[in-house]
Every structure is written in C-alpha cells, then in structure tokens.
Design a protein around this ligand. Structure first.
Ligand SMILES: [Zn+2]
Length: 341
C-alpha cells in the first residue's frame, strides 16, 4: 500500500510537496467517466478555471481534456466556470492522492482509523451559525432548527438565539456531545442496512437541493448523506418501523471549511430504543486505507461525539426568515472544538 504524502495546512488551504510520479499519469477521461456530473438543473458554476486547476493540481491542458469529455462549464467574460461538486468528485476519485479533495477527506476522516473510545467521550463544541436572508423583504422573526443533543446524553449551554430583525442573524451555543455504543438489534433493520451498503451506490458530493431528489441521486448510481438517509428511512418505514431522516452537523477539524452536509436515520428499534444509522459515513470510511471496521460498526445504531444532531428533518432547511422573501435563507455554521483545561 502506498503511503499518503505529507500534507501541510498553509494560508488557509491544504498543500503537498510536488510529486512527479503522481502528477504525470492521471487519465482524466477515465476519472470523468467514473463519476456523475451534477445535472444542469442543480449545477451552480461558480468556480473559475484557476481554482479548478488548483483543486485538482492539474495543467490547463487537463481542464481542456475534462471539458472535452463532458465536464459542464459556463463561460463568463472569457473565463470558464465550474460546479464545486463536480470538481470535488473529480479530485476525490482521481486516484492521485494529492488533490485538495482527497487531502481534505483524509484529514476529516483521520479519526475513523483510531480507537473508537475517543468518539464515545463527552466533547464540547463552540457553535456559531449565521443566518442570512439574501433578498430580505424586511423585519421578521427567524426560525432556526437548533442542536438537539439532550436526547442523546448531550448538553446545550450559553445559548443565544436569533432575535427578530432583517437581513441576518446569529445563533450561538456551547454544545456538548457524547457517544454510546448501542448497535441495532433488529435483524430486519440490519438486513436493510446491509442491502444498501452492498448495492454499490457510490458516494459523491451532491448539492443539498438535489439530495432531496432521492430517486434521481440513486438512479445515477450515486449516494450522499441526506439522500441515503431519506432513502433508508423510507425502507425502514416500509418494513413497519418508525423512522425519520434527520439533519445535523458533522464536526471536523477544518472549522467548517469543508462543509459536508450531514444526515442520519433515527429509527425505533425492536427493543423500543431510538437508534441512529449514519449510513453514508460508513460508506465513506470504507474508502480509507486504514482499518475502519470499528467506526463503521459504530455508524450502525450508535451515537458518537463528532455529530451534532438537529431538530431539522432530512429534507428541511436548518432555518428560514419569515419576511416572505422567495429566496431561502443561507445558513453558515462555524463549529470549533473547545479545549478544556
Ligand atoms: Zn428576510
């Protein structure tokens, strides 16, 4: 097995020393063929070609090759712009091991190869969420789906809630999460989970708006946190269980720099206890070279301290402004670990 290259966090992004052997031989045509581009109706081309080259660590000629095999783009003022999800997925599946998405992913999931005991202890987070109403129609109350941790043994302190107003608002709190090893007991639920994991859906970064279109995502052979949870919750309900997909925040080490949408399924198990199934994290962890077996098992019923559950259901936004603006509110979370002395 090849060793991961050393990475460095410099000026707000991940960089690695140049690696000639990794850089030379990427077949971008094959990489493009192995992923699904975001369909036009959900695609937002906001990243210029210079950022694309930086993310993928490639040459201008490589971008031409990608465009040649169908990478969607938009040309504005003589420059090509691309969808962030497409670039992320190209990097993630490039096999180079040096692209920014691969480095961010390995960094974010470094914990998954470590002893899971670390994930079961109480952990405190400083949570700040900025709510922004882009085309605000005026003064009105805000609605925000708060962290919902008490049910899972956690704590919410120093809460400051958004006051009625216009334009933007903030939610802040100190949130303590904890973990518990509570694997699914129902053989029926276990079987449905196994079926899903073995169905061969490939994890991709997918815009939140598209993830609610569960059928489209799975028809493409893809999966992602919210889509997978909505899909699995439906299967659980069809088998006679009370289940609901819920959104939350996956707390990484990048202070929200990699904004990975998170959701899981809450289901009432055969023993009457509420369990959570974090199916997409189990799939993602399986992509790592480390031994992640213990973490993947934790995803199937247990709770762990890197996830902050919220009151939002799987296909609902985290917040909205009641001003009547047709544009949905934008929600930006900044979550940092609190070091306690
Ligand atoms: Zn508004």
């Amino acid at each position: 097995m090849r060793r991961s290259p050393a990475w460095l966090f410099r000026r707000g992004r991940w960089v690695v020393p140049y690696q000639a052997e990794a850089a030379g031989s990427t077949s971008w045509e094959k990489v493009a063929d192995s992923i699904e581009f975001i369909p036009a109706e959900y695609s937002v081309k906001s990243l210029p070609e210079s950022v694309a080259r930086e993310m993928l660590g490639c040459e201008p000629g490589d971008v031409d090759r990608l465009v040649g095999v169908g990478l969607p783009f938009e040309e504005r003022a003589g420059e090509r712009y691309f969808d962030a999800n497409d670039l992320y997925n190209l990097g993630m599946y490039s096999g180079r091991s040096t692209t920014q998405p691969e480095l961010a992913f390995r960094m974010l999931f470094r914990f998954a190869g470590r002893p899971v005991e670390d994930l079961l202890r109480p952990k405190t987070w400083d949570v700040r969420v900025r709510l922004e109403c882009v085309e605000c129609a005026g003064e009105a109350p805000w609605h925000f789906e708060e962290p919902d941790v008490v049910r899972f043994g956690g704590r919410l302190e120093d809460v400051s809630r958004p006051e009625p107003g216009a334009g933007s608002a903030q939610f802040a709190a100190r949130v303590t999460t904890t973990g518990a090893r509570t694997p699914i007991v129902s053989p029926v639920l276990r079987e449905l989970v196994r079926e899903y994991l073995e169905a061969g859906y490939r994890w991709q970064m997918i815009p939140v708006s598209m993830q609610s279109d569960v059928e489209l995502v799975h028809k493409l052979g893809a999966t992602s946190c919210i889509a997978a949870s909505l899909f699995l919750a439906e299967r659980f309900r069809a088998a006679g269980y009370r289940a609901q997909a819920k959104r939350g925040w996956f707390c990484g080490v990048l202070g929200g720099a990699l904004d990975l949408p998170h959701a899981c399924v809450e289901v009432v198990d055969d023993d009457g206890a509420l369990r959570t199934v974090d199916i997409a994290k189990a799939q993602l962890a399986a992509r790592l070279p480390d031994d992640t077996e213990a973490f993947r098992e934790l995803c199937l019923g247990s709770v762990y301290n890197k996830v902050i559950p919220s009151t939002a259901s799987g296909n609902e936004p985290f917040g909205r402004h009641e001003c009547g603006s047709p544009r949905p509110a934008e929600i930006h979370a900044d979550i940092r670990a609190v070091r306690r002395s």
